[in-house]
Design a protein around this ligand. Sequence first.
Ligand code: MN
Length: 493
Amino acid sequence: MKSLKFWFITGSQHLYGEETLKEVAQHSKEIVQFFNQQKEIEYEILYKPIVTTPEEILNIMIEANGDINCAGVITWMHTFSPSKMWINGLKAINKPMLHLHTQFNKEIPWDTIDMDFMNTNQSAHGDREHGFIFTRMGIKRKVIVGYYQDSKVIKRIGKWLNVAAVAYKGTDIKIMRLGDNMREVAVTEGDKVEAQIKLGWHVNTYSVGELAERVDFVSDRQVDLLLKEYKEKYIFEDDLFEDSSQLESIRYQAKLEIALRSMLEEGGFGGFTDTFEDLHGLQQLPGLASQRLMEMGYGFGPEGDWKVAAMVRIMKMISGNKGTSVMEDYTYHLETGNEAILGAHMLEVCPTLADSTPKIEVHDLDIGGKEAPARLTFNGKEGKAICVSLVDMGGRLRLIVLDVEAIKSSHDMPKLPVASVLWKPMPNMLDGAEAWIYAGGAHHTVFSYEVTAEEMMDWAELMDIECIYINKNTTIPKLKRELAINELLWKFK
Ligand code: MN
């Protein structure tokens, strides 16, 4: 992804004369150079010559479309650039757009300011003209406002470029499905054709029998090597060695990991799903194996939930594979005034959420009728996080983003055999859950300490899908009104 580039296009016109245009070009170069030195901006920004005519604007937009490494375009109007000149170019561009509303000069030079200065530094109205034509044409773009050297501005630009790059690159995600959705479950279903049209995701099924066959071909030597890695990375208690059935269970998960990984790599997949209802030929549900693959950056969805698998992958791309996992709202703590949600899954929570070294354990699953699977257990970190759910509303996809605060439990849970995170949703547990349920959010989510709500809203906008954001300012009447209005808005899209 880091080979992707963004084009920086400065608009102007010929009215100002050659001298001013040279100055504008020089300033733009300096801004681009400055951005390329910032560590928060991880993608190279390419300076492009100043555009001053409709032909130049159209040509550069067509060029941007045609460059496979161009993940987006940044526009800025240092001076005034009449926007009728931009109409054809903006009609043509199909890359993510950022309208940067900044100024080369930070402060007004009170003692020396004259009309020359005013005419050169006029993005205050040049960018208003530019903003109007985007809005008039109904073109989605991100607007970031502020002095270009301001740390907040740099950070926002860096984050948006990253989300735009993921939006651009993430349209190529392939998801390997092993088995269908869990029988009779509604929210994990969805229109895969619509998902491919809207989001570019390729979601297709592969045989669990092929996985079983590959498991049988994994050699003892391969398993020994992986076990060595497990012992180095995780807590691996000695009594596991004394119990041959437990050790065998861990070895079997290692085989699953190797076999699954070979299928994922050969097929160029970004994620996968499985289901405990279709494990024919396998001895265990992948537990430790799925956790390990998520830790490497693969998306994963349990019970055939391909939407959550692809969202895990997308959010791992946005976060650089930090602090992001599939999650399930599992059970509530309803102590008055101290309500919280305990999130977990049957087995599969990604170790990137862990607050300390995960521990390998083996326990019965009590579901699916297979052998006891090995898994990693741990508690999640404290801190701000988000929960994200993608649901199919029948005719459109809706993304739901919820702000949460992960907390430390004041109790140990010695008998809980899975990884878990305890959190409080915003604006509070009861209203947060009420809002989530009105919005139709799923029980499966992507939980992330790293990705922000703004990034997910930007992503949804780039993908042109509905987004509902539940946060500290959410009230139920406002949310219900938003949902009702959205029903109408998205019907006419
Ligand atoms: Mn589940």
